[in-house]
Design a protein around this ligand. Structure first.
Ligand code: SF4
Length: 287
């Protein structure tokens, strides 16, 4: 039987991230979703992503409700949000990097986005950071947040997901194959449409990849996700799957299988320091 633990996520709520987490490393999934442990550090990459997303949300809200904000105002907001939210949990993983260089990267991404995409974007915003739910069965509900749902100038519904990752995604199942198209499938149903565009916008590359999702594909995607979530929900095997992501895993100081190269040891050092200070933080069992 799957554990319930003190998981913060309701047992029947399955996001794309939750399913992806199991496939990347079942033990990390178990720590986070079944035991309800909190990862002891947050990577600077994750922090950068959330601050940039906040600013994009603000830009489109301003445009929709008042007028397009200036680039200067957007960059100022980025700097303010970055400073206001920065805390001890945020950790630079790569040795030799410094936090400020990530803020510079954020500024560069935002400036490029503003001058090209935002400047010429005439689409209408339908919703920003919208929670999407779709009940797949009694015990599985798909849930997720779409960065931006909109309509093109010709009225076509679209869902776009903003990515701050270094690399553009690939079409494998857990990247471009599933996430945005799933959001598009839910948005179509919510908005009574039979077709929508699903896109990923890569902010470091200033490129967007679009794919069309029709009613038949939407059904297939939801069925596929349902099957994946059912497999995760009934899993009894939580073996560790060590790899490069161990460096970004907030459980790496307690995981017996962690493999963290010296060049990416910022998180591990932070986690060890926190665990030494608070040894009772995790109740680790032998499974
Ligand atoms: S440190 Fe690596 S192997 Fe261990 S739980 Fe995290 S991702 Fe999995």
């Amino acid at each position: 039987m799957p554990e319930t633990g003190n998981a913060p996520t309701p047992r029947n709520q399955f996001s794309f991230s939750r399913v992806k987490s199991y496939h990347q490393c079942p033990l990390r999934y178990r720590y986070r979703y079944l035991k309800g442990f909190k990862e002891v550090f947050r990577s600077i990459e994750s922090y950068l992503g959330s601050v940039v997303h906040d600013v994009l949300e603000w830009m489109y809200t301003e445009r929709e409700q008042r007028e397009s904000p200036s680039l200067e105002a957007a960059l100022q907001l980025l700097a303010d949000r970055w400073a206001d939210g920065f805390n001890d949990e945020i950790t630079v993983i790569r040795s030799g990097d410094c936090a400020d260089s990530y803020l510079v990267t954020g500024r560069e991404m935002l400036e490029r986005f503003y001058r090209s995409t935002f400047h010429r974007d005439r689409s209408q915003t339908v919703a920003l950071e919208q929670r999407l739910n779709h009940t797949l069965s009694d015990d599985i509900v798909f849930t997720g947040f779409a960065d931006r749902i909109g309509r093109t100038e010709t009225g076509r519904l679209f869902v776009v997901d903003y990515k701050t990752s270094k690399k553009e995604g690939d079409p494998s199942e857990f990247s471009e194959g599933l996430q945005a198209p799933l959001y598009a499938a839910c948005a179509m149903r919510k908005n009574g449409e039979v077709e929508a565009l699903a896109g990923y916008h890569y902010l470091r590359h200033e490129s967007t990849r679009w794919q069309s999702v029709d009613a038949a594909r939407a059904g297939e995607l939801l069925d596929r996700f349902h099957q994946l979530a059912r497999n995760v929900n009934s899993a009894t095997d939580f073996e560790p799957r060590p790899g490069i992501l161990c460096a970004w895993c907030g459980f790496n100081a307690i995981c017996p299988a962690a493999e963290v190269p010296a060049a990416f040891s910022g998180g591990l050092e932070k986690a060890r320091e926190i665990n030494n200070r608070t040894p009772s933080l995790f109740e680790v069992d032998s499974q």
